[in-house]
Design a protein around this ligand. Sequence first.
Ligand code: PEP
Ligand code: MN
Length: 350
Amino acid sequence: MIIPKKNRLSSVEYKQLQEIAAEFNCKVGKIEGEVRTLYPIIGDETSELFINRLEGLPFIDHVSRMMAPYKILALDQKHGKQTISAGQLKIGRDFTVIAGHCTIDPQHPEYFYKTAAAVKQAGADMLRGGVWKPRTNPHSYQGHDQALDILLKAKEKFELPVVTEVMDERQIKLAVETGVDVLQIGARNALNYSLLKNIGRYTENRQTAVLLKRSMHMGSVDEFISAAEYIASHGNTNIALCPRGTMPAVDGFRNFPDESITLLLKERTWAPVIVDPCHSVGKSEYVPKAAMSAAAYGANGLLLESHFDPKKGIGDDPKQAVKQEVLAALIKDCKEISRMSCSFHQRISG
Ligand code: PEP
Ligand code: MN
């Protein structure tokens, strides 16, 4: 819908709209009200250039789009998946919990194995472990290839699919070739469009899924879904979306918690939503309530930092990893809340 700056356009101005629309195989109609006239676009309005040309006209205020800017990720797409595959696991069907270290410590592989056993016992469906780490401070531990072996040994030993973050082409290739089931694109790279394109191309026609975090600098929900569209349009639709909090933070939390956007994501896209409450609130004592609210909002699962003994951890683990007992209780209650949330939704929507 084209919204003009004044109540009605002159016939010369209207003709200008029609000429631009014709270049994009569209037409422009007229809805004449008592005071104002609005100008609906008839046809495919998804072209960015089309909208920019219209909004560049001095007599146009803005164009309000009816169609989503993403084509593959949109909820109404007939090839919309609802569930995605991560190894043998399906994400999007039952409530899925991914848990494990923020960062694998290559000096202490046994710590990761202990956590993997604990996480499995607590009822998690997938194991996380940071091999390569995007640290804000370049002097902090940056990760190591050795940690990949530890992650893969744990995958084999505990028969759990695994997820780790990748930040460049070499890491993507190595992780895919060695059998990592889910590649995480972290908050710092969620707006790195060439990386998103590359991961889409590299994982095309493979079983590998991509867990895309929301950037802490992303504004609109559409900006988040459009980032996922980069991956999908370059070959891989096996994508889950992961809200993890944005900046500026709420005073007292690490970020501005954003699990509530699950509602909006669910209205717009078929991609499963896996919420990360740990990076959102940033402190283990706050994580359970944030996780439960994600389940209530209808998330398909959680990504949690968990450590058998958080004080022995590196990276974020000492401050925001949950212990095994907490994880077990949390998984049980979040699954229950998720069931209640789904059945409530079904009941009230008849
Ligand atoms: C992580 O998962 O450990 C991580 C670095 O996450 P984010 O990209 O959300 O900061
Ligand atoms: Mn972390």
